[in-house]
Write a protein that binds this ligand. Structure first.
Ligand SMILES: Nc1nc2c(ncn2[C@@H]2O[C@H](COP(=O)(O)OP(=O)(O)O)[C@@H](O)[C@H]2O)c(=O)[nH]1
Ligand SMILES: [Mg+2]
Length: 343
């Protein structure tokens, strides 16, 4: 935190829309400063208004380009946008090719756009908590849409899905692992599926493969938009379950802005779908529960570190490694120790 600033003063400035205060608050969280807890607690009640969009998929599918195009389109509709890029090669922060960086440059000068990147630093769990905290801060600062970009590396997709209201999974032709990625269950987390680089050879096959998967999953014809025109199925496909959301499949060319308006429409339709429905409320509760579980894990670990010395902990690990005792029994014993040293 900046010297001479109190958490309360920083919160005050952030809530008034001071972008520097927002950047400083996120840095404070990233660095694990002691003031972070107080800061986040003060910000939390001011959030809950932003719609959070996760954009995930393999490297090179065009996620950063899409995020830039979506942000521009949202600005065109008069909405403010926060971008959280969890990707070291992001053109938002000086990575990637010069041409891509130039394409992103106009975004940086817009007061209605806040851009922040975070590095992966190894641990997935720590990153997703930091990303969640950053989202809360950007939300409290009043940005209306928050777009998170993550590189699809397995566990990350699941973690992003927990943060985002709307999850967009991006595929592209010619990467070879399309179907693998889908088999790995990514499709299950998708609220919207994009086939980007629809200008490339093989796009039709990728679209056809995804469409088949969607139809198998839904038991109904997929909703497909291709270059702005609906290819198949009516706009609202008859749903098996009356209220269930049917993930649309949209072909895009992010570099040319094609399919971007359709994607925004789909995001907003999903947002409307979640508002005031049991599905939306359940999703909100799942997110709250995931946050609570994670916070509890951390609090218990802190308590453990406080009450049980390192040697006892190492001994417990060794007991398990040498099969003297299983992990569950060992954990029970440590909890027993905590109880006896409770106060
Ligand atoms: N032909 C074509 N190239 C694209 C498209 N979208 C992005 N690209 C290019 O693909 C490369 C990777 O894009 P990037 O957005 O960095 O992908 P990311 O790794 O998924 O974030 C860049 O050179 C982009 O200019 C598209 O729709 N068509
Ligand atoms: Mg990227």
């Amino acid at each position: 935190m900046p010297a001479g600033d109190t958490a309360a003063a920083l919160v005050e400035r952030l809530l008034q829309g001071d972008r520097r205060a927002l950047a400083q608050a996120i840095t404070c969280v990233e660095n694990g400063e002691t003031a972070a807890g107080e800061l986040l607690a003060a910000l939390y009640p001011h959030g809950g208004r932003a719609h959070v969009i996760g954009v995930t998929g393999s490297p090179g599918t065009g996620k950063s380009t899409l995020v830039g195009a979506l942000a521009r389109a949202y600005r065109g509709r008069g909405l403010t946008v926060g971008i959280l890029a969890i990707d070291p090669s992001s053109p938002f922060t000086g990575g990637a090719l010069l041409g891509d960086r130039l394409r992103m440059r106009d975004l940086a000068g817009d007061a209605g756009i806040f851009i922040r990147s975070m590095a992966t630093r190894g641990s997935t769990g720590g990153l997703s908590r930091m990303a969640a905290d950053a989202v809360h801060a950007i939300d409290a600062a009043g940005f209306q849409r928050i777009i998170i970009e993550t590189v699809g590396a397995g566990q990350d997709e699941v973690e992003v899905a927990r943060l985002a209201h709307t999850v967009i999974v991006v595929e592209a032709p010619g990467l070879g692992d399309d179907i693998q990625a889908i088999k790995a269950g990514i499709l299950e987390t998708a609220d919207i599926l994009l086939v980007n680089k629809a200008d490339r050879e093989g796009a039709e096959q990728t679209i056809a493969a995804l469409r088949m998967m969607l139809e198998l999953r839904n038991g109904t014809p997929a909703v497909v938009a291709h270059h702005g025109a609906m290819m198949a199925a009516p706009a609202t496909a008859p749903s098996r379950q009356e209220d269930a959301w049917q993930p649309p499949l949209i072909a895009t060319v992010a570099t040319e802005g094609r399919g971007i308006a359709e994607t925004i429409d789909a995001i907003e339709a999903h947002r409307a779908h979640l508002t005031g429905t049991p599905e939306g409320r359940e999703a909100e509760e799942r997110r709250a529960e995931a946050q609570l579980d994670r916070a509890l894990d951390e609090a218990l670990r802190r308590l453990l570190a406080e009450k049980v010395d390192a040697a006892t902990y190492r001994q417990a690990v060794e007991d398990i490694a040498r099969r003297r005792r299983d992990a569950r029994a060992t954990a029970e014993q440590l909890v027993e120790l905590l109880r006896s040293r409770g106060d």
